[in-house]
Design a protein around this ligand. Structure first.
Ligand code: ARG
Ligand code: ZN
Length: 863
């Protein structure tokens, strides 16, 4: 029977069905005759039968039809296409297969495979894009040595790049030229890349620890060259860091990064030829914020680190994706923590986890970091695989300690170098070199959901004994009704309520049971519990600590993260009370903010994070039924009170943080961050005069952080200067796509009443297009996470997003499907909203010709 792969009968790939490949391809030669309208791709595969079987070779395709198929130099006719797979019967144990296909890069709107961006040609193959370029066993456990030859028009595509090292090039008579690149390292096809374009490079040399000279290049359009220094510096820093911290050296003679404007996600770690979304390469003070600068360094490091965690050791199958992504995110987080304030970096990472991963784990798309089944693997490049995956690695690093963790990663890299490994392989190395049993810990790989820990402490002043009771439970997730207790490494410490000093040293308590008790002796004063310090386990902690306890910890805890966390909890409790009851006492929060502002020990970046209120959606996550209006009102009321009560303080901080000239240093970044937060509070309280202050900052700014901070304040406010600022900003940057994205997203994220109407209008703006993923995300993606606006207008917000996603799906299913989750949160809202959201999901599922990407996300969201 024919296996009909339609949206209504989706094909499901299961982890338990994994079988090693029947055929290996140790060598491949590719020959590209490049042209945006019609590119010819000739592939020569040396294939070897793996073990005794009589299966034909199956080469995945992406809808192309082969122009020719040859086996051992002879054209054959007994090939067939099943679904999109090219099936070739072979008699012997080793053969040479040659195929030729034609593809049209300029018509490739999915941005997977070979496509055109800004007049240049580039590739994206992970996860399954290579099959759209040529017929091949498109699975990560088939590793090949690549030889690539590219021929193209020399004037139009003067630069030709591929993986590995360049070996030869030449000019042809007809205005065309060619180049050949060889990659000596066997790799899966998802790491293949080539670029043809009119590009220039910012170049440098890096000398590795063993003395190898590596030629570095950041390739961009000529006009963008001045915006590449930061990425190049970050690359050099990352290369040295990986040598120092993980003992990992680079292994080719060249390392190139190419920036492209049309890209489905952040960046891609292709061997020796990373291809990046230009937003993670291009930066100068006038166009990029401090967040952009930091994100660029983090992504450059992330992709570079993949050279070992991903490329030298790759994944056996896509269920192991977190093997490379979770580990590499952990590595890039550690790198960034080493470049500036580690505490602020941890706060940012936890905030990101709570904003994206916790809701995922609590919703219809929850999955473990090593999933068991998928319809479309692109849908599993999630916050769970990446960010929760990184937390799981972090927990193992915490339990092993730095020395044993390093021994374990050394063992992992040595043992699996040149192979396609599994998550189990990684954990086994942790166990072996770490000398610990991770049997129960492995549940982190198979069980979804965020564990909830309750902690309460009982103190008997007479006997000096304190007993801490810890318990854990994880709520059911789709397909997993019963959850087992997890291994939770919890760093904790007690503080004396009277002395405000620690009672004893910090302990690492490893909670493994559903409930455990821990006793502390000679506790002579009331203890206040500091728990999950540094966010040592990715869990939700519920305690019976009072507002006074939280205020106490926010002033006295010696772990900066715990200090931040205490303040956040205090704010959350206040905001949830406000949303539920329509009013709340704001004084404890205001006092805690004053204490933080007053503390001379704290760096300004930390202070800026600590005094910031939790987001509307994070407040919603604390409530049984999310009430967007009540949350917004409660949060605005608190913001206004903080602004009003501390007006003089905010103005003093604002003035103190005003620098004379732009500088990119941790200190200067911290001051800018606090200044923007202060401006926000001044504006929350003030009227026109605050708008004038914001407008003055907007006009005087010599950097994008200050300019965008001021613009956001204005765009969120009621003043007429809002329009003026938006116009000035637009006109100044109308030729800079990345800054225009900010212009769109700032408006889409505004808390104003008219945001829905504004966004609907912006969708018709001449600079809006769904064809560019960054632009689509800047408007549609940003709007759908603006809790109040998205859920406003009696479903008009849902309808708007759904219309856009259905249109986007026709061009780019992968990017469209990524934007489904906000609609999938329908269970969290009142019945009226829930019904409206479900109706839109049903409209998506019922759309003729829907992609399997969208079908999987939308249908699962309805379950
Ligand atoms: N491996 C890339 C990274 O460094 C991302 C690839 C994403 N692929 C996808 N189909 N979404 O994170
Ligand atoms: Zn990655």
């Amino acid at each position: 029977m024919l296996d009909v792969q339609t949206a209504a009968h989706p094909h499901v790939t299961r982890r338990e069905d994994y079988r090693p490949p029947d055929w290996l391809v140790p060598e491949i030669a590719l020959d590209f005759d490049l042209d945006p309208a019609a590119t010819r791709v000739k592939a020569t595969l040396h294939v070897i039968r793996e073990s005794a079987h009589d299966e034909p070779i199956r080469l995945d395709g992406g809808g192309q039809v082969p122009i020719t198929v040859m086996v051992d130099g002879t054209p054959i006719n007994d090939w067939r296409i099943e679904d999109e797979t090219l099936v070739i019967p072979l008699s012997g144990s080793a053969h040479t297969i040659e195929t030729e296909v034609e593809v049209a890069p300029e018509r490739n709107t999915q941005l997977m495979g070979l496509y055109a961006s800004g007049g240049n040609l580039c590739t994206q193959c992970e996860a399954e894009g290579f099959r759209r370029i040529t017929f091949f066993p498109d699975r990560p456990d088939v590793l090949s040595r690549y030889k690539v030859r590219m021929t193209a028009d020399k004037a139009r595509f003067p630069v030709l790049l591929a993986n590995g090292d360049p070996v030869d090039s030449g000019t042809l008579g007809d205005g065309r030229h060619w180049a050949e690149w060889h990659d000596p390292f066997p790799k899966p096809c998802y790491l293949f890349a080539m670029v043809a374009g009119d590009l220039v490079a910012n170049r440098a040399t890096f000398v590795t620890g063993s003395g190898r000279e590596v030629a570095l290049g950041i390739w961009v359009r000529a006009g963008d060259l001045s915006k590449t220094d930061h990425a190049l510096e970050a690359l050099k820093t990352a290369m040295a860091w990986d040598e120092r911290v993980y003992g990992r050296e680079y292994d080719l003679d060249v390392f190139n990064i190419v920036a492209v404007d049309d890209f489905n996600f952040g960046a891609m770690e292709n061997k020796g030829l990373n291809i990046f979304n230009s937003r993670y390469v291009l930066a100068d003070p006038d166009t990029a914020t401090d967040y952009d600068f930091d994100a660029i360094a983090a992504v450059v490091a992330h992709e570079y680190f993949h050279n070992w965690s991903g490329n030298r050791v790759t994944c056996r199958d896509w269920f192991q994706l977190s093997l490379k992504e979770g580990f590499t995110v952990f590595r890039d987080q550690s790198f960034s923590a080493d470049q500036g304030s580690a505490a602020v970096k941890r706060i940012e990472d936890v905030r990101g986890l709570r904003a994206a991963q916790f809701p995922e784990d609590a919703g219809p798309l929850a999955h473990p970091i090593r999933p068991d089944a998928y319809q479309e693997i692109s849908n599993f490049y999630t916050a769970t695989i990446y960010n929760k995956g990184a937390e799981v690695i972090r927990m193992m690093a915490t339990m092993l300690g730095p020395k044993r963790f390093r021994a374990a990663t050394d063992l992992y890299f040595e043992r699996f170098d040149g192979t396609a490994a599994t998550c189990e392989d990684f954990v086994a190395c942790m166990e072996e070199a770490g000398g610990i049993d991770l049997g129960q810990f492995r549940l982190w790989y198979s069980q979804a959901g965020t564990p909830r820990v309750t902690a309460s402490i009982e103190h008997d002043a007479g006997s000096g004994r304190a007993v801490l009771t810890l318990s854990q439970r994880t709520l059911p997730t789709p397909g997993e009704p019963d959850k087992a207790p997890m291994v939770l490494p919890l760093r904790l410490k007690l503080f004396g309520a009277e002395t405000a000093k620690p009672i004893g040293p910090e302990q690492l308590v490893i909670l493994t049971g559903a409930e455990e008790r821990i006793s502390f002796e000679t506790v002579t004063q009331r203890p206040v519990l500091s728990i999950n310090r540094g966010f040592s386990a990715p869990v939700i902690v519920e305690t019976d600590r009072t507002a006074a306890d939280l205020a106490f910890l926010s002033a006295h805890d010696d772990d900066p993260f715990a200090r931040y966390e205490a303040m956040q909890q205090l704010m959350l409790d206040t905001l949830v009370a406000g949303a539920n009851q329509g009013r709340a006492n704001h004084q404890a929060v205001i006092d805690a903010i004053v204490n933080t502002l007053d503390d001379p020990q704290l760096d300004r970046a930390f202070v800026a994070e600590a005094v910031l209120l939790p987001s509307e959606s994070f407040i919603g996550d604390q409530m049984p039924v999310v009430d967007p209006e009540a949350i917004f009102t409660a949060r605005e009321a608190l913001r206004r009170d903080i602004g009003h009560a501390l007006d003089a303080r905010w103005r003093a901080e604002y003035d103190a943080a005003s620098a004379t000239r732009f500088e990119y240093s941790p200190l200067a970044k911290g001051l800018r961050r606090l200044r923007t937060v202060a401006l926000g509070y001044i504006a929350a309280n003030g009227g026109d005069e605050a708008a004038a202050l914001a407008f003055a900052q907007f006009e005087a700014a010599d950097n994008m952080t200050d300019r965008q901070g001021a613009l956001t304040t204005l765009v969120n406010g009621a003043s007429d200067r809002r329009i003026a600022a938006l116009d000035i900003f637009y006109n100044r940057y109308s030729d800079n796509a990345l800054v225009l994205d900010k212009w769109f997203s700032t408006q889409a994220l505004s808390p104003r009443d008219d945001t829905l109407a504004t966004v609907q209008e912006l969708a018709g703006h001449r600079d809006f297009t769904l064809a560019n993923p960054n632009r689509a995300r800047a408007l549609v993606g940003a709007f759908s996470v603006n809790q109040r606006a998205f859920h406003s207008g009696n479903g008009a917000g849902y309808r708007f997003v759904t219309d856009q996603l259905i249109a986007l799906d026709k061009l780019n299913p992968q990017t469209a499907a990524k934007l489904i989750p906000p609609l999938g949160r329908w269970r969290r809202f009142d019945a009226a909203r829930g019904d409206l959201m479900r109706a839109e999901l049903e409209r998506i599922v019922g759309t003729p010709g829907l992609s399997k990407d969208m079908f999987e996300q939308a249908s699962k969201s309805l379950e």
